[in-house]
Design a protein around this ligand. Structure first.
Ligand code: ZN
Length: 285
């Protein structure tokens, strides 16, 4: 069994603030360790059921060099490096393929526009105001689930902040959800103890594996035609995004992309979002 673990950071155990999320932050180093521990807990839970399972972890936050490779479980390969369109057209999920049996998402957060959401954003907080899939507002976990679905990969486990649970249930009630903290506001939460989240993540991963073995998980394929609409914050974003082939401009702040699969739509979307930025920011280099 081969499992892909997409890792973000805002929903990791003990993470609540921007200072923990970028290398300039004084508390970033400690947060890297917390994220790595959450991932390892999920791997340990899987190995209880399938001792020879293999893992690919996609480091999907910011500079995408956050997971401590030297402390990552010895059974896991790690996708490292920034998500420029030429590097990683599928952004957080680059490295997935048809051989993967199941996916987890660990360290995730609520979507842009979530009232009082903890570190809430969708992919690029400074640029993307709203993202819609076939008219429905979505965040990263829904978009990523649909991309996994393009490869027939079911999602078994999502770990993150408790304000993410509703979006998780809307994808599928079969997905195991683990909350690492109770959200109080945009940069504060009651964080559960490390020992507790280690246990709850491992137990949920074990249940997810068992569901997968019993064919209780389905790939997320909500439609046969994918229409992505993205509202930007500034019209300059739209002007720069429209340089990408496949981007349709709906109005001065909104672009639309249509494709037969979620993965195809996303590749164009990600190229457009990267193009929308004045110059690639430091985290994309
Ligand atoms: Zn992130």
């Amino acid at each position: 069994m081969l499992i892909f673990i997409a890792a973000d950071m805002e929903g990791a155990t003990g993470v609540v603030h921007h200072d923990q999320l970028m290398p300039e932050g004084k508390t970033y180093s400690a947060a890297r360790k917390l994220l790595t521990q959450d991932i390892n807990a999920a791997i340990e839970g899987c190995l209880r059921v399938i001792p020879d399972a293999e893992f690919i972890v996609g480091d999907g936050h910011g500079i995408m060099r956050n997971v401590l490779f030297e402390e990552l479980h010895e059974r896991a390969s790690l996708v490292i490096g920034p998500a420029s369109p030429s590097n990683k057209p599928l952004c957080q999920l680059e490295g997935i393929n048809d051989e993967i049996d199941m996916a987890f998402m660990i360290g995730y957060h609520s979507k842009a526009g979530t009232p009082n959401g903890l570190l809430a954003h969708t992919y690029v907080g400074s640029t993307i105001c709203r993202l819609r899939l076939n008219g429905q507002e979505i965040g990263e976990i829904t978009m990523n689930s649909a991309i996994f679905g393009s490869y027939d990969i079911p999602v078994g486990l999502i770990v993150g902040n408790d304000d993410l649970e509703e979006e998780c249930s809307a994808i599928s009630s079969s997905i195991e959800f683990v909350s690492t903290k109770k959200v109080l506001g945009s940069t504060a939460a009651i964080c559960y103890p490390i020992a507790r989240t280690k246990q709850t993540i491992a137990d949920a991963a074990e249940r997810a594996i068992r569901k997968r073995l019993q064919w209780q998980l389905q790939p997320f394929k909500p439609t046969s035609h994918y229409s992505l609409e993205c509202d930007f914050y500034r019209r300059e974003h739209t002007l720069r995004a429209q340089r990408i082939e496949g981007v349709e401009v709906l109005n001065e702040l909104t672009i639309k992309i249509e494709a037969e699969t979620a993965a195809s739509a996303f590749r164009v979307f990600w190229a457009a979002v990267c193009s929308a930025q004045e110059d690639f920011p430091a985290w994309l280099k």
